[in-house]
Design a protein around this ligand. Structure first.
Ligand SMILES: [Zn+2]
Length: 76
């Protein structure tokens, strides 16, 4: 056994929060392709790179996770 049971539980929790954005996902502000997914206690928001950066400071106090996939999606 490489991992003790607590380590396995922690890894499992991280994996459940990983959702890859699709090309069909759209920015909630302007409708452009979404590159940033923001998790909040009440749900989630999708943003293009521009609006993600524009709203980052405002959302910082209430967001639980920030996923910026702009590098992954533009590498295609
Ligand atoms: Zn936008």
């Amino acid at each position: 056994m490489f991992l003790s049971p607590p380590a396995i539980i922690i890894l499992g929790m991280e994996q459940t929060t990983q959702t890859t954005l699709q090309v069909s996902d759209r920015c909630d502000v302007c409708g452009a392709q979404a590159y940033i997914r923001v998790e909040l206690e009440l749900g989630e928001l999708l943003f293009c790179a521009h609006h993600g950066n524009a709203n980052k400071e405002k959302l910082a106090p209430i967001m639980t996770a920030w996923h910026d996939q702009s590098e992954e999606l533009t590498r295609r």
